[in-house]
Design a protein around this ligand. Structure first.
Ligand code: PMP
Length: 282
């Protein structure tokens, strides 16, 4: 595996990150993840726009043009010889003597790109059976709209899910509402067939997959409400699912061990997943 590190292409395990990189010491950075199918970056523009927004909120200046970044992304993918892949991009504020405040004299941000294989079969198989989620308190900060590399609450939530034999953790805020998953957005389908997902705000990451599903729903004339929902509502819903670049649309069949509807993947989630995949080819 080959990684891109500040303009160089290196083996993934090469010693390449500096001790005083602010990403390493402060989690002072942001990231993006693209799904690549047959060599095509899905929703490339959307991910790039979100990256710039995240960087802007943290006042980190991307040290390269869009064109140069695009070349780096594609060249890293090419060197890994993968058609179906996940591309990870991380930008940190750069290397500077450890001090919480920003470097007085600005330093060049660090940019890292890594690639990993994203075979279709395991994800498709998971979508056939559906996944279980657990619920856990949303203990994150108040700017979850920024795709920050500071992911400790998400790490702990995902680990709790794994230890419970579940695939994802749904994060619950002080009001008892589901904000989102540890690395995905959360959805339900009501008994009336209405798609429901939490509105984009400071308390969730506005998923690029989420935005694409909203566009698909609009194009297909599906009813959709962007509003909060609780675990109780999800448990009595017709369907539940998660969305992310990695999982696309993934049916949720149980929450904390209790079945959603009849405990089988829902038909609307399946249809959305198909529409989403069909869009990948176009
Ligand atoms: N929420 C969180 C907390 C995430 O980490 C992710 C995945 N990056 C998402 C939502 C889904 O975003 P996307 O659809 O852009 O992958």
């Amino acid at each position: 595996r080959i990684a891109y590190v500040n303009g160089r292409y290196l083996p993934i395990d090469a010693p390449a990150v500096q001790i005083e990189d602010r990403g390493f010491q402060f989690s002072d950075g942001v990231y993006e993840v693209w799904l690549v199918r047959d060599g095509n970056f899905l929703d490339h523009a959307g991910h790039l726009a979100r990256l710039k927004r995240s960087l802007g909120e943290l006042r980190i200046d991307l040290p390269m043009s869009d064109a140069a970044l695009d070349i780096a992304l594609r060249e890293t993918l090419r060197r890994n010889r993968l058609g179906d892949a996940l591309v990870y991009l991380q930008v940190t504020r750069g290397v500077s003597k450890r001090d919480h405040a920003f470097p007085v004299k600005p330093v060049r941000p660090s940019i890292i790109i890594t690639i990993r294989p994203a075979p279709r079969a395991p994800v498709a198989a998971r979508a056939e059976t559906g996944i279980g989620v657990i619920t856990t308190d949303d203990i994150r900060w108040k700017r979850c709209d920024i795709k920050s590399i500071s992911l400790l609450p998400n790490v702990l939530a995902k680990q709790a899910a794994r230890e419970a034999g579940a695939f994802e953790a749904w994060l619950i805020n002080a009001g008892g509402e589901v904000t989102e998953g540890s690395s995905s957005n959360a959805w339900i389908v009501t008994g009336e067939g209405v798609l429901v997902t939490r509105p984009a705000g400071d308390d969730i990451l506005n998923g690029i997959t989420r935005q694409r599903i909203i566009r698909i729903a609009a194009a297909q004339g599906l009813r959709l409400e962007e509003r909060a929902f609780t675990v109780e509502e999800a448990l009595s819903a017709r369907e539940a699912f998660i969305s992310s670049a990695t999982s696309m649309v993934m049916p949720v069949v149980s929450i904390d061990g209790r079945p959603v509807a009849n405990g089988a993947p829902g038909s609307l989630a399946g249809a959305l997943r198909e529409s989403y995949e069909a869009g990948l080819e176009g």
